[in-house]
Design a protein around this ligand. Sequence first.
Ligand code: HEM
Length: 429
Amino acid sequence: MKHWLSDMLPFRRDPLNFMLAVGKRAKGPVERTYLGPTPIWMVTDPELVKSVLKAPEEEIDKGRLVYKLRKVLGISSLSLSGEEHRRRRGVLHSAFARGVANQYVPEMTAIVRRFILQLMQLKSFDAHEMTSRLSLRLVSAVMFGKDVLQEADEEVIVQAVARVEDDLSDEMFRVLPLMPWEQLRRARERKAARAVMGAVVQRVRGRSPEGSVVKSLEALNLSDEDLSDEILTMIVAGHHTTGNASAWLLYHLSVVPGLKDKIAAEAMALQDESGEISAYKLPQASVSLAAVKETLRLYPSAHWFARDAKCDQEIGGQKVSKGDTVLIPTWLYHRSPAYWDRPNEFDLSRDFTSKAFLPFGAGARACTGMGLAILELQLMAIEFSVATEIRVLSQVPAPQPKSAITLLPPPIELQVALAENIPQTRAAA
Ligand code: HEM
């Protein structure tokens, strides 16, 4: 019989390889991992995942690992359940769904273009450091309205998230208590991060115009603190994930032979008389869409997520008890040779309707911002491909990402310059 801590060291040393190793050792679709006193059941077979994620919340629901995020984000639709969750999600879903998000395309395009000009003035830059700012600008334009979030606010949010991510990630599966002084330091960091981000939220709330997502949330009549937490969650969940994916997207645009040219040619073919692509044509831009999806397959920002069993039950032939954790290892599915040929290689021709493709989760708790996130990434892919040359100045292939609360890109030094041959018209493409 295994010891209840026998997986802890391999997990701590290398969480990404640990997920792959559990996938290999699994005898059935669900494998127990030994990461502490509470059993953690990893659903290793993606065929089973959707039924787990679609189970009624009386059986399986968000639980202890997600609740740990409340220390920073407060209580919001990310960790709530039941009627209150549905009420808030309804508002957010109608703001971010792909068709609805289309209205933001002109403003989002303008933001990406201004950002490209800024990057061109830099000798070089770290991909993630810059893309996290761009993603924050994009999600904020949608949440609060045009130009409401200012550069200093942006800096505060990005720095605050970076400051608490490592500590939170360390505490997710920690069984040994921290030394009292370390507990104190972390509590102080969190309090500071929450306070500075809360102050930004209050400032931008006041400046948000009618019609913005913030105003729709205000109509829910939440308490001041609840509303602030909900907005904070959207900003953090919305920019951090997309920022990670964007860094990898730029990396791929620079290292995958011919990728940028294919996306640029497709964009030119879809543009209208004014030289712009109508938002409604973006779903037809299959090359840029595939580039985004393949980036999310290789580097899913949410590389795992979790639920708790709310009653005793059987999952995939295993007896799972009330209170046990159920882990969904997206990283394992996305890198599994059983579902993907040459899983570690970038390939646009993959079938993204596969059950093993799950970057945004599934069911009633699937990502609220999915439509918006895909739109943002697709616009970035197009704008960078058409107007720029991107060079990687650091290691190729890039080193492993870091497993934290999200999947963080390693330092990747990039350089962006004006493309030598910017196509002028459809004919020119
Ligand atoms: C590439 C970008 C993104 C990725 C990969 C991503 C991934 C995910 C995943 C996997 C989940 C489900 C977690 C679970 O089931 O426990 C989720 C939930 C969520 N995401 Fe995203 N996300 C992204 C962008 C965004 C954006 C742009 C927003 C908002 C503006 C957002 C807001 C949320 C919220 C609020 C939830 C909780 C939904 C609920 O529980 O009802 N995400 N995300």
